[in-house]
Design a protein around this ligand. Sequence first.
Ligand SMILES: Nc1ncnc2c1ncn2[C@@H]1O[C@H](COP(=O)(O)OP(=O)(O)OP(=O)(O)O)[C@@H](O)[C@H]1O
Length: 677
Amino acid sequence: MKEANMKADLEAPLPAGREEFAIRCRDVCRSYGKLKVLSSLNLTVPQGQIYGLLGPSGCGKTTLLKCIVGTLKISRGHITVLGKPPACPGHDIPGKKVGYMPQELALYSEFTISDTLTFFGRIHGLTSKETQARMNFLIDFLDLPQKTSLVRNLSGGQRRRVSLGAALLQNPELLILDEPTVGVDPVLRAKIWQHLVEIVKTGKVSVIITTHYIEEARQANVVGLMRHGRLLAEGPPDAVMKQHCATTLEHAFLQLCETSDQIGSKRESTPPEGTLEKSQSFGSGRDESQPILGVGSSPAEEGPKCSVDWKVRARHVLPKWRNIAALMIKTLVRMKRMPGSLCFQFLLPVIQISLICLCVGGDPKGIQVAVVNNETSPSSFSQSLLSFLDNSSVQQVNLSHKEAFEGIYNGEYWGVIAFGKNFTSYLTKRMVQRQVSQEIIDGGSVHAFVDNKLGGMAYLVALPIKFEEPIYGSQNTDFTTFVTPGAVLSITFYLAVGLTALSFVLERKEGLLDRCWVAGVSSLETMLAHLFSQLFVISVQIILLLLMILLVFKIPNEGSLVLVIILIVLQGITGISFGLVISSAIDDEQSANQAALGIFYPNLILSGIIWPVECIPYPLRYLSLVLPQTYASEALRCIMYRGWGLSRMMVWRGFAVTLGWNTFFLILATVILKLRT
Ligand SMILES: Nc1ncnc2c1ncn2[C@@H]1O[C@H](COP(=O)(O)OP(=O)(O)OP(=O)(O)O)[C@@H](O)[C@H]1O
């Protein structure tokens, strides 16, 4: 009799009928590595009702919500949301039918309240009039400050309310709210619940809400009590309390936990016999995966299949311009809000290339060289020779033999030039006599002692080589000219890597990536939007770089400027796409930074930017040739200094390798991001 009454109680508040449900989870399992978070979970959210999902911290509520919205894949079972599995092509889950408020704030801190709601409005395809109207309502309803207030200047509670506003914005059919009332004062909390009760009255909107304030869930139509990844009970709050003769939901929940623990310890004390399935039986033969107060059908039932024709599938895969535009505007607004960082991004390449042109490859200046001249006569050959030395490069310091060598050992001089006291007469003898003794040869020579730690530079400067007119370039082509094209590519590449390597890392951490994904933004759209908006930044950087090298440092360009620009832009895209790979694969900032910095030096050295590839030992040379910048640097040098075009293999090879890397990195980043969301 009691049982029959209870059944009637349970069924009474579900006017929509058992078949009408917004969400149905059957036999759902999900693990993080070896940690089993959801095990054979069954849950039903009736259509047009509020479902309060309750449970202690760490029991798997957020994980379940993520599986429901499709950001996490389940390892077993099936989930149906508004009639179809989540993430089924052509289904608006994820999309505008669902409003999702994640546990993290998931807001852009540089945005104002208005920017935030406008951004989500754009993604959901609302007109600016509709967004404006909803914004005014939400600001008033959620008691938010002025819409021009920056999110980063709001209090914790205000930020959570903005986050809730973003979930409510498009009047979704399904609201998934992960702890929306945390940090909200009791008056507003009551108002939020009142609003939820109000919106489900139409029967068209369903809500699933998690909360730590168990008692507030009494206002829900159905509650689900969750523990250790399972649903202990599911039913109308009054029925749950009644069944446990409890006056509060909290009390009922405690009793359920105790019962569950007792059964758990009983199971542990019985010897392990039979299969795992057998050990899951709950109480008197009941399956533990079934809630104590069951609602819905058996876990054995089949879920709906996601079968759609190829046209729907193709439309699902193709990126939507609306989403890309919304994401690009978002990035540009963020840049506008951080003018200092933007100026730094624009100026950094100019500073870097200027430093390379100024400091690398020039002739040494003001080198202090000790001169030991044992000849005293002003008309001696030694004086004449010394007067020919370039005094801007070499600063002569006349010293005695002892002082000069002491100076060398103390690191004061770069070298010693010494003349014997009979230098003039011995040199004359060497010139006029056919055969002379070793003593005359030595006495008639200039003796140079060089601090060899200087490297070969000092010798090279003095080498008696006569260079003929070069085939390409000019007689005074120097190391700077060799290095500059590779340096331009390298700077563009690394700045682009730096700009993008952290982009998803931070957004993923703050829950923004998931939120955008639930709003209907695909991985490809995210990728393309990043690519296009960063292209704007690197375009400005490239213009400034070229102005600097061509006009200020007068680096010659014999070839097509258009080809030069295209190649540098393509290398920038390689950098962006490589940054996107790092960003999609790595979760924390430190590792992403390490990955970006770690490849800098090896790539710089192996790409033949500083020293020609021909000098690299063979095994490493093969590695060098497949790197993104080796052939590209060579191609840029050929265009700029030889005036070659795309008909030459050395030029088109640079373009082909760059395009190949771009395609590879972009596909890789999209696949990784898709697999991880
Ligand atoms: N990305 C992850 N990798 C590994 N383990 C995770 C991950 N996310 C959650 N977990 C683990 O899964 C379990 C369930 O986490 P979940 O966030 O779903 O709990 P919750 O019920 O929402 O908790 P709370 O109420 O505190 O938010 C926890 O033990 C948590 O440590």
